[in-house]
Design a binder for this molecule. Structure first.
Ligand code: UFG
Length: 340
């Protein structure tokens, strides 16, 4: 049973990935600093899989703690690195926090991985690196555009750092996964997205409005050059996304990777507008959503959806869930956490 470290393993995507890893027979060690997650997720994960994951509260910014952790766990075979700050707006306000939290920590981790006999590394990146792509769907070879925010910049710089290290390292192999828009929750409704305060992302805002926690959803922009005037995104069910991490890791562990540094888009390949997302919610929940079209949000691109051929062929992975499936799971999760 290979031992895998999942950083940020109590977060939204991290927790779903831990479940999938355990269900595939991996031994999982989680580290998380609980800055945007809660410790009871450890028990929630166990209640799904019946397997206790080892959890250590650890802040990756503390280099000596990272070092001691790896001394204790010399048998780690792979690392899936989720731990990072991810709020676009906040990153504009606090750039140094983002560079320290997302970049310094990556460097510390890679320094430790270099000391292992072999290191397999999966990195959480984002379709934000493409900006407004010139062609849709977006392929992995589409140019990386100047970042719109310090958050986006940390993903670009992170990718570059890993690529540079892979070039010279005879130990490190890495896969960068560029996520489109992860949404939804586990079918058990025991784990899901838990935004602190007012949600910044569309789907938690929709479900919180649906349940009555928010008065009204603002739809940012109705005058985009799209069919219904609202932005288009590729919404991917978090469980599909989590499964992709497992197959990417297996690719590295089995040495089936073609290069020591590879990049994959993770999306469904299907674009949906904000209004379509709202319609999907209304359909699966039976709840009429109070929403209003307002001005555009700064930094939003008009449309982004993935070309998925590379991930489908090379990873042998395909999404199974539809937008409706994902929306229903998000709604069940929202109802569950509000005890409704
Ligand atoms: N939207 C609204 N109202 C809201 C929230 C969002 O209309 O209250 C719209 C946005 O304008 C956008 C769409 O819903 O058109 C999706 O917005 P999200 O904030 O859910 O997602 P983004 O596509 O903006 O951001 C996501 C990730 C980021 C990542 C980015 C890359 O959350 O981390 O994709 O494009 F950087």
């Amino acid at each position: 049973m290979d031992k895998i470290l999942v950083t940020g393993g109590l977060g939204f995507i991290g927790s779903h990935t831990v479940v999938e890893l355990q269900q595939e027979g991996f031994e999982v060690v989680i580290i998380d600093n609980l800055s945007n997650s809660s410790e009871d997720v450890v028990d929630r994960i166990e209640s799904i899989t019946g397997i206790a994951a080892v959890f250590e509260k650890l802040d990756l910014r503390d280099k000596s703690l990272v070092h001691s952790f790896f001394r204790k766990h010399k048998d780690i075979k792979g690392v899936i690195h989720f731990a990072a700050s991810k709020a676009v707006g906040e990153s504009v306000e606090k750039p140094l926090h983002y560079y320290e939290n997302n970049i310094t920590t990556l460097v510390y981790l890679l320094q430790e991985l270099e000391k292992l006999d072999a290191a397999n590394f999966i990195f959480s990146s984002s379709c934000t690196v493409y900006g407004q792509a010139d062609e849709l769907p977006i392929t992995e070879t589409a140019p990386v555009k100047p970042a719109e925010s310090p958050y986006g910049n940390t993903k670009q710089i992170g990718e570059e750092i890993i690529k540079d290290v892979c070039k010279v390292s005879n130990k490190l192999k890495a896969i960068v996964l560029r996520y489109f828009n992860p949404i939804g929750a586990h079918e058990s409704a025991k784990i899901g997205e838990l935004p602190i305060g007012v949600p910044q992302n569309l789907v938690p805002y929709i479900t919180q409005t649906g349940i009555g926690l928010r008065e009204q959803l603002s739809v940012f922009g109705g005058d985009y050059p799209t069919e219904d005037g609202t932005c288009i995104r590729d919404y991917i069910h978090v469980v599909d996304l989590a499964k992709a991490h497992v197959v990417a890791l297996q690719r590295l562990l089995n040495n089936s990777n073609k290069e020591t540094f590879e990049v994959f888009n993770l999306g469904t390949g299907k674009g949906s507008s904000v209004l379509e997302a709202i319609q999907s919610f209304e359909k699966v929940s039976g709840v009429k959503l109070n929403y209003k079209i307002v001005g555009r949000r700064e930094g939003d691109v008009t449309a982004a959806y993935a070309e998925t051929t590379k991930a489908n062929k090379e990873l042998g992975w395909k999404t199974k869930f539809s937008l409706d499936d994902a929306m229903l799971s998000a709604w069940k999760w929202e109802q569950n956490i509000r005890n409704k």
